[in-house]
Design a protein around this ligand. Structure first.
Ligand code: PMT
Length: 416
C-alpha cells in the first residue's frame, strides 16, 4: 500500500512500544509519506528524539512552548500541515487526556487544533485496556470519529498475555493507507497489461523493446489504492508484484492475448499499458541460428492487437489504451482512440529525455472523444494516481455512477 505524498504527524506518547515507532517512522517514509514526529515528555524517557529526527529527516517537536521549534513550524502550522495525525503508541493516559479535551502539552494541543483525521494505536497492559475508565474513554473517542488501530493480542512487555499490544509497524502502515483509500473502484475488476513482450527468433534470441513495466505496475498500485481487484498481466520485467494484485506472467504477444481473453470475466476496466510487439518472427527456429551469411533477413508477421480485440468485444469493458509516439502525438493518439473504439487513450512522448520507457518519470496527454487532460511530468507512481483518478471520473460519467457489473464479455470477431 502507498502513502505517497501524504503528510503525517506521528505522535508518540509514553510507553515501551515507543521503540516500535522508530521502525514505524521508517516504514511510513518507505510508503512515500513525509513524517513529522511529535513526542510527549514521557515518550522521550523511552526513546530519544534524535532517533526520530534521524529516521524522519525532520526536527522532532517535543514542547508546546519551544521558541525554536515554533519558529520552524508552530503547533498550529503543524496541525494544519497534517493530512492525518497518527498516535502510536497511544497510552491509556494520553487517550484519557484526549477524551477530556485537555491541552497541556504539544501533542494534545495539536490534536485539538487539527481538522485532519486522528488515528490511535493503543498500547498498554491488558488490564489497563479492559479497565472501565479506558473503555469509556475509547468509546467517547470513537464516537467523536477518531480511528482506533488495534490493539492486538499477544505477549506484553510486562510478561502478561492479552489484548493491549500495539499493532506491528507494517500493519499500521496498511491500516493507515486504508484511511486514504476512498474506494471509488471498490468491487470493480481492473485488468492491466504491463511491460514488454519477447518474440522468440530462436531459443536464445528475441525481439523486444525498452519497456520496464514501471508505468503499468504503478497503475496497478494506484488502482489497488482505490479499492479495485487488480489482475496484472505482465511481460518479462524485474519488478515485485504490488501487494494485493493477481499477477500472471507471459512472454509473447500471443500469450498475453490468450491470457487476457481467458481472464476477462469480472473485469469492468481494461488498461493496456504493455508495449506489445507489433510483429513477431514468422518462424521461431528450434535450434540456435548459426552465422553463415553476411546478411540474415527475418520475416515478421503481425501479432494480435490485444487492445483492439478487447475493445471490439460485443460487451467490452471500459478501455484505456496507451499510445507511445515520437511525433504527431495528438493526431496518432486520437486515431488509435477512434480506430480501436476506446473509451480513453493516454499518450506519451517516448523520445523525450528521462520520460516514458525505462525512466522513473513520465508525462501524459489523455484523450477521450469529447475531452482531453494534460498530466505533466511526474514520478510514475504519482502520474498513475492522477490517471486512475481521471479514469474513475470518466468511468463514473459513462456508467452513471460506479456500479459493478459482473458481466462476462462475449466475443465478436477479432479485428487482429
Ligand atoms: O514500461 P515503462 O518503462 O514504464 O514505459 C511505459 C510505456 C512507455 C511503455 C507506456 O507508458 C506506454 O506507452 N505503453 C504502450 C506502448 C505501446 O505499445 O504503444 P503503441 O502506441 O504501440 O500501442 C497502442 C496501444 O495498443 C497500447 O495500449 C498497447 O498496449 C496496445 N497494443 C499494441 C499492440 C498489440 N499487438 N497489442 C496491443 O494491445
Amino acid at each position: 500500500m502507498s502513502l505517497f505524498g501524504k503528510q503525517i504527524v506521528l505522535g508518540i506518547s509514553g510507553g515501551i512500544a515507543a521503540y516500535k515507532s522508530a521502525d514505524l517512522t521508517r516504514r511510513l517514509r518507505d510508503a512515500g509519506a513525509e513524517v513529522r514526529v511529535v513526542m510527549t515528555r514521557a515518550a522521550t524517557e523511552f526513546v530519544t528524539s534524535l532517533t526520530f529526527q534521524a529516521l524522519s529527516g525532520n526536527p522532532v517537536h517535543t514542547a508546546l512552548l519551544d521558541p525554536q521549534a515554533e519558529a520552524a513550524m508552530g503547533h498550529i502550522e503543524l496541525a494544519r500541515w497534517a493530512d492525518v495525525v497518527l498516535i502510536a503508541p497511544a497510552s491509556a493516559d494520553f487517550m484519557a487526556k484526549l477524551a477530556h479535551g485537555l491541552a497541556d502539552d504539544l501533542l494534545s494541543t495539536l490534536c485539538l487544533a487539527t481538522d485532519a483525521p486522528i488515528a490511535l494505536a493503543p498500547a498498554m497492559n491488558r488490564l489497563m485496556w479492559s479497565n472501565p475508565a479506558t473503555r469509556h474513554n475509547v468509546a467517547q473517542l470513537k464516537e467523536r470519529g477518531l480511528a482506533l488501530f488495534g490493539p492486538g493480542q499477544g505477549s506484553q512487555a510486562c510478561g502478561e498475555q492479552g489484548e493491549g499490544r500495539m499493532l506491528e509497524p507494517l500493519e499500521l502502515v496498511d491500516t493507515l493507507s486504508g484511511l486514504f483509500n476512498r474506494g471509488e473502484l471498490r468491487e470493480l475488476g481492473v485488468m492491466i497489461t504491463a511491460g514488454p513482450t519477447h518474440e522468440a527468433i530462436d531459443p536464445v534470441r528475441y525481439i523486444t523493446n525498452r519497456s520496464s513495466g514501471k508505468m503499468g505496475f504503478a497503475l496497478a498500485e494506484a488502482a489497488l489504492e482505490m479499492g479495485a481487484a487488480v489482475k496484472l498481466i505482465s511481460g518479462p520485467v524485474a519488478l515485485s508484484t504490488p501487494r494485493g494484485a493477481r499477477r500472471i506472467e507471459v512472454e509473447s504477444a500471443q500469450q498475453m492475448h490468450d491470457v487476457v481473453m481467458d481472464e476477462l470475466a469480472k473485469i469492468q476496466i481494461f488498461i493496456a499499458c504493455a508495449a506489445v510487439a507489433d510483429y513477431r518472427p514468422v518462424i521461431s527456429e528450434r535450434q540456435k541460428i548459426k552465422k553463415k551469411k553476411d546478411q540474415l533477413i527475418l520475416a515478421l508477421v503481425r501479432t494480435p492487437d490485444i487492445l483492439a480485440t478487447v475493445a471490439g468485444l460485443e460487451s467490452p469493458p471500459f478501455t484505456l489504451g496507451f499510445a507511445a509516439e515520437t511525433r504527431n502525438l495528438e493526431e496518432y493518439a486520437r486515431g488509435k482512440l477512434k480506430q480501436k473504439s476506446l473509451d480513453m487513450i493516454a499518450a506519451n512522448w517516448v523520445g523525450a529525455p528521462d520520460s516514458g520507457f525505462e525512466s522513473e518519470y513520465n508525462a501524459l496527454e489523455v484523450y477521450w472523444t469529447d475531452g482531453q487532460r494534460s498530466l505533466p511530468k511526474a514520478p510514475k507512481q504519482e502520474l498513475a494516481r492522477q490517471l486512475i483518478q481521471l479514469l474513475t471520473e470518466r468511468y463514473a460519467a459513462t456508467h452513471k455512477g460506479i456500479v459493478p457489473q459482473r458481466q462476462t464479455h462475449r466475443r465478436t470477431q477479432d479485428p487482429g
